[in-house]
Design a protein around this ligand. Structure first.
Ligand code: URA
Length: 399
């Protein structure tokens, strides 16, 4: 099928065969398909939809547009998790070493923060020396040595997604379940994994604002992941308030290390174990044994797990409860926006983030507070403090 026939078929709501979808994706990467044609395809797919088979075909073609990692000589199972993004979402930092300690191999390719959600790579880079740009050989060594790694996407992993995602941003075609499914899965399947667990978040701090939307995305990813030959499960989890207490970069590493040492917080520990779904996970996490595995991973990627984290030396400002009562709202989006204004996040991919700024959320939904008791401690540097304080105040309802 020629590209004009592919476009006409989708424009009229027809079904595309896998070969046609693969030809389109290959053409996008080679440049044979023009940007205008690619944008038209995305718009037609957005409006007309893609069925399950078409979405599987798009996912596999995007996965195969670049390197697909494989791990000869290493024993599996090879597993990973993907989160649709949240506030204080440091699950990857705890889950990767814990799952590795349970005997799995976790080749985790992660992203940077954009907008109000934090990025795992930005958090890991607050560890002195830690590198997230290892090449395929170094990744293999890290996986053999530590059983897990947390690395960035190399330029050769699912390049079709990089092109198409940028075009979707430009053409208002991001919020399409088949396109999101193919985008997420193409990158994850290129890791050479056998099993994937999805943490699909819903709520004010999530990409999906309602449970129904989260369920539709979870269903689609599970169906397509399974169709592509990977055992795929999903959990739908609440992101109306931050996960744990820490929101930022270094501050989330601090909290993750505490969790790996068996010191909670409970919501984070429980979610990590629910995602791994192995009865041995919780006792192992509580014993602190996964901390040693974390240190191995950090060292394997060039970092020093004992060194002070980057960005120390921030000032602190405590935001106190205006009245006594029970916290009925601690809104994730407001807290995220506050830490973003302090410099913890970025709007454009090339912007730097401040490793040290962030928030420690003392009081969460259901907690009883007295007037004047700390709600949140903000770590701040040279910007955004007044607006951040106002946002933290607006995040809370106390009754
Ligand atoms: N994250 C991705 O990687 N792709 C999407 O399309 C949406 C979120």
């Amino acid at each position: 099928m020629k590209i004009d026939e592919i476009l006409e078929t989708k424009r009229e709501g027809g079904r595309l065969e896998p070969e046609a979808i693969r030809a389109f994706v290959d053409g996008v990467v080679s440049g044979e398909v023009t940007r205008a044609q690619a944008a038209a395809f995305l718009a037609f797919a957005f409006v007309r939809g893609l069925d399950a088979d078409e979405t599987v075909a798009l996912t596999l073609a995007m996965r195969d547009s670049g390197d697909v990692l494989s791990w000869p000589g290493l024993d599996g199972p090879f597993v990973d998790k993907h989160s649709t993004g949240g506030v204080g979402d440091k699950v990857s930092l705890v889950l990767a070493p814990l799952w590795a300690e349970l005997g799995a191999k976790v080749p985790m390719i992660s992203g940077r923060g954009l907008g109000h959600t934090g990025g795992t790579l930005d958090k890991m880079e607050s560890i002195p020396g830690f590198r997230v740009d290892l090449d395929a050989d170094a990744l293999r060594r890290a996986l053999a040595e530590a059983g897990c790694f947390i690395n960035g996407q190399t330029g050769r992993l699912a390049p079709a997604d990089r092109i198409l995602y940028a075009l979707r941003n430009e053409t208002a075609t991001v919020p399409s379940i088949p396109l999101i499914t193919a985008s997420i899965l193409s990158k994850k399947l290129a890791e050479g994994i056998d099993e994937l667990v999805l943490d699909v978040k819903w709520g004010t701090g999530a990409f999906m604002k309602t449970v129904e939307d989260a369920r539709a995305l979870a269903d689609s990813i599970v169906r397509v992941g399974t169709g592509a030959g990977v055992r795929t499960r999903a959990r739908i989890t609440d992101m109306n308030q931050p996960l744990g207490h820490a929101v930022g970069n270094a501050i989330e590493v601090e909290e993750s290390v505490r969790c790996l040492r068996g010191e909670g917080p409970e919501d984070l520990a429980a979610l990590v174990c629910e995602l791994i779904d192995d009865p041995r996970a919780r006792p192992l996490l509580d014993s602190g044994a996964a901390y040693e595995r974390w240190c191995r991973m950090v060292r394997a990627q060039g970092g020093d797990p004992e060194a002070p984290l980057l960005g120390s030396g921030c000032e602190e400002r405590v935001v106190e409860a205006p009245v006594a009562g029970t916290v009925t709202r601690c809104d994730a989006w407001h807290i995220a926006r506050a830490t973003f204004l302090l410099g913890a996040g970025r709007l454009r991919a090339e912007d730097p983030v401040h490793p040290g700024v962030g928030a420690w959320v003392h009081a969460k939904v259901g907690d009883r507070v007295e007037a004047g008791q700390p709600l949140v401690t903000l770590r701040h540097a040279d910007r955004g403090l007044d607006e951040a304080v106002a946002l933290v105040r607006a995040a809370y309802a106390i009754q």
